[in-house]
Design a protein around this ligand. Structure first.
Ligand code: HEC
Ligand code: HEC
Length: 330
């Protein structure tokens, strides 16, 4: 309630003078060219009724970063998660956060439980969830219609200044689809532009072999450079199972602590110790947790350091933006 009042307050600040009707001009948005990095999927989730445009992405970016909007929780510098303070206690949400990167290639459901089908639906869910933005969508659209800047931006993006919440969903979804991260040290290694050192290479070999650390079935690698399958598994965190959760991407994993759906681990060392010797058997455990009967993959101290060195090569804080972005943020 307090949050939604705050939103009304903020948006009403945007209400300056009433906007004058814009003259009819032809609508020619600029198609947004999605990059196709090496070993990324060819199939994406761009819906036929929401093609990406440079103007749509720019509008979505502005809406995303409004006060009391998505960026309250999803911070750019932490791979669009919340950073080290985003514990369950701080967030007040049911689960910890997920990074908003490379989601244009997620075709199997969003959220820890894969509970939301499309990015457009996720925008609606985040705005209306009492634990997230907790806003009235009709009111949001109304305030935007009354603002002195947004009608023109919607017109550029969608050819109309009749702002509805559906267009808010579309714009923010386009922005999230533009967040492509594929320029880590590991990507440059794949392209032959940079070498991995011996520890990083050994870590990669551990990652992609069953007799090694056995991570790749769920977290990709090899010809799956998303570093996730985006599917749900039970990875053996507890003997009393809480069911299956999405295997998050391991890209930018150095930036997204705390780890797991409940944030139980605060460092990668703790995560690696868990997979090495802390895996718990339950009836729901994924059959891909091949080493559960030994309590985990049993890595030596040296192997743990190598695996961690490899995970560090997956960090990249600069999204690929192939098109010049019109600078709409004043
Ligand atoms: C109060 C903090 C908070 C705010 C505000 C928030 N989110 Fe989130 N977001 C979360 C949490 C927590 C999750 C994980 C939710 C879950 O699945 O249980 C999440 C998950 C997501 C996911 C799923 C990612 C994936 O890999 O499946 C998307 C997409 C997303 N948010 C987009 C948005 C957008 C768009 C907005 C603004 C309209 C927004 N969020 C506002 C906390 C927040
Ligand atoms: C059977 C599939 C599976 C295998 C194999 C697996 N993981 Fe995971 N991983 C998951 C799932 C599912 C989660 C989320 C679990 C949860 O939060 O309940 C996860 C979470 C993680 C996280 C935390 C991600 C975050 O953003 O919170 C890291 C880091 C991680 N795994 C690394 C690894 C490494 C390294 C290996 C190999 C040693 C590995 N995983 C093997 C399925 C798997």
């Amino acid at each position: 309630m307090i949050r939604s009042l705050a939103i009304l307050g903020t948006l009403s600040l945007l209400l300056l003078l009433s906007c004058k009707p814009t003259e009819e001009e032809p609508w020619h948005p600029t198609p947004y060219e999605l990059p196709s990095p090496l070993f990324f999927p060819t199939h994406n989730n761009i819906p036929a009724d929401n093609p990406m445009t440079v103007e749509g992405v720019a509008l979505g970016e502005k809406l995303f970063h409004e006060e009391n909007s998505c960026a309250m929780c999803h911070h750019k510098e932490y791979s669009f998660e919340g950073g080290p303070d985003a514990t369950l206690e701080h967030l007040g949400t049911e689960h910890t956060m997920l990074p908003l990167i490379n989601l244009v290639w997620n075709t199997t459901g969003l959220g820890w439980k894969g509970q939301v089908e499309t990015l457009e639906d996720m925008v609606y869910a985040a705005y209306t969830d009492p634990l997230e933005i907790n806003a009235d969508t009709a009111e949001v659209a109304k305030r935007l219609r009354q603002s002195d800047i947004y009608p023109e931006l919607f017109k550029k993006a969608f050819g109309t200044d009749e702002i509805s919440f559906v267009l808010v969903e579309k714009a923010i979804a386009q922005y999230i689809r533009s967040l492509v991260f594929a320029n880590s040290k590991f990507d440059r290694y794949l392209k032959g532009e940079e070498q991995l050192n011996q520890d990083e290479l050994n870590g990669y070999l551990l990652f992609i072999t069953e007799e090694g650390a056995d991570c790749f079935h769920c977290h990709g690698g090899g010809t799956n450079a998303l570093f996730t399958t985006n599917l749900l598994y039970n990875n053996g965190l507890d003997a009393a199972s809480k069911g299956e959760f999405k295997a998050p991407t391991l890209r930018n994993i150095t930036l997204t602590a705390p780890y797991m759906h409940d944030g139980r681990f605060s460092t990668l060392d703790e995560v690696i110790d868990f997979y090495s010797e802390g895996v718990q058997y339950s009836e729901q455990i994924s059959p891909l947790m091949h080493h559960v009967m030994e309590g985990g993959v049993r890595l030596t101290i040296e192997e743990k350091a190598q695996l961690k060195a490899f995970l560090h090569t997956l960090t990249d804080t600069t999204p690929l933006t192939p098109n010049p972005q019109p600078h709409v943020v004043p």
